[in-house]
Design a protein around this ligand. Structure first.
Ligand code: HXC
Length: 265
């Protein structure tokens, strides 16, 4: 451990203080991949707000991550589909920390369904969480990101690149997120805001995998293994840090080249 007093795992490939002085707002940060992202940001010096629908789950996650990282976590409940709840959460974040440098748009919902079986409300629900939720959150965070010349990281996916069956709702939403992220890079680059996406592939031990993926997928991945949450943490640290200060408008696919395989969906 160094003089920053932030405990860091011995296996971290990044300097422990690369995000010292930064403050992050992470939707979906109470569980799964986005919890890993929140934890990694804190482990490397950032203070973090985690946001999702259920405060009790968030508070439990915050407590656990305070213990594992020694970092600061603030838990705020909001449904990203509701602009008012998002604005309230951002206001609470600003009242608590006074600063917002890194926005991670991670809140998402998904399930498998052929398009003909998808109810109108089911399609709309996923679009509202993944796409509209990303817009709502980013719009509410924008003034603070402008002030800090901050960085946006949108968690997208690879399923939209090859028409994955039973995923018309998520494909439409994530393609929209990819596109919005490019627009933000163009619109807000002159303000010093960077906007990038991380597209995780199959990540072991996540809700996404248990809901969506067939057994034995790893054997078809060129790199020969499932992804780990740690792989997404590394991508996050890169994009959030000064190492990526000239990188914007990118989608960083972190999937072992899984999506390139013909016939895979
Ligand atoms: C068909 C379904 C369904 C299913 C829900 N619905 N689950 N339809 N198959 N398995 C329908 C419901 O019947 C309802 O339509 C509508 O969707 C809304 O469902 P609700 O449960 O009322 O809504 P809500 O509570 O808001 O739930 C939203 C949700 C849910 C997206 C449907 O699954 C959710 O909140 N998930 C969050 C957790 C999650 O999924 N995490 C995994 C993310 S993985 P009707 O017509 O009946 O009203 C991920 C990664 C993607 O995003 C990439 C991986 C490679």
């Amino acid at each position: 451990m160094s003089s920053t007093s932030v405990p860091v795992p011995t296996n971290s490939v990044f300097k422990e203080d690369i995000l010292k002085g930064k403050v992050a707002f992470v939707t979906g940060g109470g569980s799964g991949i986005c919890k890993g992202m929140a934890e990694a940001l804190a482990r490397h010096g950032a203070k973090v707000t985690i946001v999702s629908r259920t405060l009790s789950k968030l508070e439990a996650a915050a407590k656990e991550m305070r213990a594992s990282t020694g970092g600061e976590f603030f838990a705020v409940a909001a449904d990203v589909r509701d602009p008012k709840q998002v604005q309230d959460a951002v206001d609470k974040h600003m009242a608590h920390y006074g600063q917002l440098d890194i926005l991670v748009n991670g809140a998402a919902g998904n399930f498998l369904s052929l398009s003909q079986h998808l109810s109108f409300n089911a399609f709309r629900s996923v679009i509202e969480i993944d796409l509209i939720g990303t817009f709502n959150t980013t719009k509410c965070c924008f003034p603070h990101l402008k002030a800090s010349k901050g960085s946006i990281i949108n968690v997208t996916a690879t399923l939209q690149y090859n028409g994955t069956i039973m995923q018309s709702h998520a494909c439409a939403a994530k393609a929209g997120v990819d596109a919005m992220s490019l627009v933000w890079a163009n619109e807000w680059g002159p303000l010093g805001i960077r906007s990038n996406c991380i597209a995780p592939g199959p990540i072991a031990n996540t809700v996404g995998m248990s809901k969506l993926a067939p057994e034995g997928e790893a054997v078809r991945i060129p790199l020969g293994r499932m992804g780990e949450i740690r792989d997404i943490e590394h991508a996050t640290l890169y994009l959030a840090s000064e190492a990526a200060s000239y990188v914007t408008g990118q989608v960083l696919i972190v999937d072992g080249a899984n999506w390139l395989q013909p016939g895979l969906a």
